[in-house]
Design a protein around this ligand. Structure first.
Ligand code: ADP
Ligand code: ADP
Length: 236
């Protein structure tokens, strides 16, 4: 089943002096349970697309639907619900995903507390997620006591806390060395495989995107017709 459907999606940034067409009629289809890597040159519109899918930026024209939500037409209440329960978002800068004075277990607990989950369920879920992502040893550590890779894996746990339908990650490995980046990417694949979460991840790193079943190239605000790699090539 289709989880994400973008149809002729347009996002124009306009100021008094300039107009930037960040997305110029982009089409994208992501099925439930898929993991997709978005690649493309800097400025091609990858972050803009992720921000639209995250519900933090609105399309200028065209259609974007995620799990039955029309992103071009959400009330304020629906938008809050959407960001809280339908999508999880991991940013490039690890420090922006966490809170300096909160430990890993406290920061994973936070979105569930806001959502009103009972303490026992929150505790069990936090433990399960930190374990799955290989950062159980960080439970009582604050960001400064973790490596960049550990921080990003905790950030993935935070994004997954409320069981979103879609996990979005905007160059989560952009600031990491290649070995650590591979570790974080492996964590995303685990989440996709073990939890069945649909994952859309932006990356510059070809070594890393090569491990994903489907890669979609973005060029000048559109999905490029050239197929970078598909399931049919896997393992060859
Ligand atoms: P990418 O993530 O592929 O590097 P972006 O989505 O960040 O690309 O940017 C696409 C284009 O839109 C770029 O030309 C960028 O400068 C422009 N852009 C992005 N965000 C804004 C904004 N808030 N205001 C004006 N222009 C923007
Ligand atoms: P990335 O390389 O991850 O796309 P950028 O450095 O392009 O990150 O953008 C970082 C932030 O700045 C994003 O939120 C983007 O929307 C915003 N941004 C990018 N280009 C512009 C621009 N020309 N004017 C205003 N904001 C921009």
């Amino acid at each position: 089943d289709a989880l994400v459907v973008c149809d002729n999606l347009v996002r124009i940034y306009q100021s008094e002096t300039i107009e930037v067409q960040a997305l110029q009629g982009l089409d994208l289809l992501v099925h439930e349970g898929e993991m997709v890597a978005l690649v493309g040159a800097s400025g091609s519109g990858k972050s803009t697309l992720l921000n639209v899918l995250a519900g933090v930026d609105a399309p200028t024209a065209g259609r974007a639907r995620v799990a039955g939500h029309d992103l071009a037409d959400m009330s304020r209440t629906e938008q809050v619900r959407y960001r809280r329960h339908v999508v999880g978002f991991v940013r490039q800068q690890a420090s922006r995903n966490l809170v300096p004075y909160l430990t890993a277990s406290q920061v994973v607990d936070l979105p569930m507390t806001i959502a009103g989950l009972p303490r026992a369920r929150r505790g069990a879920r936090t433990e399960e997620l930190l374990e799955l992502l290989g950062v159980a040893h960080c439970t009582d550590r604050r960001p400064l006591q973790m490596s960049g890779g550990e921080q990003q894996r905790v950030a993935i746990a935070v994004a997954l806390a409320n069981e979103p339908r879609l996990l979005l990650a905007d160059e989560p490995t952009g600031e990491l060395d290649s070995a650590t980046a591979a570790e974080v990417f492996a964590a995303l694949r685990t989440v996709n495989r073990e939890l069945g979460a649909t994952v859309v991840v932006v990356t510059h790193d070809a070594a890393v995107s090569g491990q994903v079943a489907r890669t979609v190239a973005i060029r000048d605000g559109r999905t490029s017709s050239e197929v970078v790699r598909s399931d049919a090539d896997a393992g060859s």
